[in-house]
Design a protein around this ligand. Structure first.
Ligand SMILES: [Mg+2]
Ligand SMILES: [Zn+2]
Length: 181
């Protein structure tokens, strides 16, 4: 871990599928709110992360939009409902940034490219990557965190070169809470 332990994290960047909600099987996509299965402990973890950071961003690749398996409106509907549910569960503010592009679109926002994080920082200039955290279940999440210089945390079963790894987001949240200066 090269980052200094801050008293508060500037921003927490969270992956969506496999981190907050159950991932669809390989090659499939979460297309509706009914199929959006929030993982156990997610809201509790978000409340903890909310308390120890200035802002929380969800950064997610959703190429089901480019593939026309769902519309932008379908995706917005899922996110509107998730944000409303999070609010009702005591989570302050959740901002969601999406890459809707396909693999071959040549965009700069599909993780592991850092475009979504840079967009979040443009919108919220107080964000400091060096005291921020990326949490996700994929190596592309670790990669995007390393690209911009955040702490990186892997959740789930994937093994990789992150600063820390935990089976669940809740355990990751407790660790981030405890390691503060
Ligand atoms: Mg994921
Ligand atoms: Zn993109």
């Amino acid at each position: 871990v090269t980052n200094t332990e801050p008293a508060r994290y500037s921003a927490i960047f969270l992956d969506r599928d496999g981190t907050l909600n159950r991932k669809a099987p390989e090659g499939e996509y979460v297309l509706t709110w009914d199929a959006f299965e929030v993982l156990p402990g997610t809201y509790e973890a978000l409340r903890i992360l909310d308390a120890v950071s200035d802002q929380i961003f969800v950064v997610t690749n959703q190429r089901g939009v480019a593939r026309e398996l769902m519309s932008q409106e379908d995706l917005d509907d899922i996110h509107t409902r998730f944000r409303a549910e999070a609010t009702s569960q005591g989570v302050k503010a959740l901002r969601i940034y999406v890459c809707p592009h396909d693999l071959d679109a040549g965009c700069k926002c599909r993780k592991p490219q850092p475009g979504l994080l840079e967009e979040a920082r443009r919108d919220h200039p107080s964000v400091r990557f060096e005291t921020s955290v990326v949490i996700g279940d994929s190596l592309s999440d670790v990669e995007v965190g390393k690209a911009v210089g955040t702490l990186t945390v892997l959740v789930g079963e994937q093994q990789g070169d992150a600063d820390a790894s935990f089976p669940t987001l809740l355990e990751a949240a407790h660790w981030l809470e405890d390691r503060r200066r």
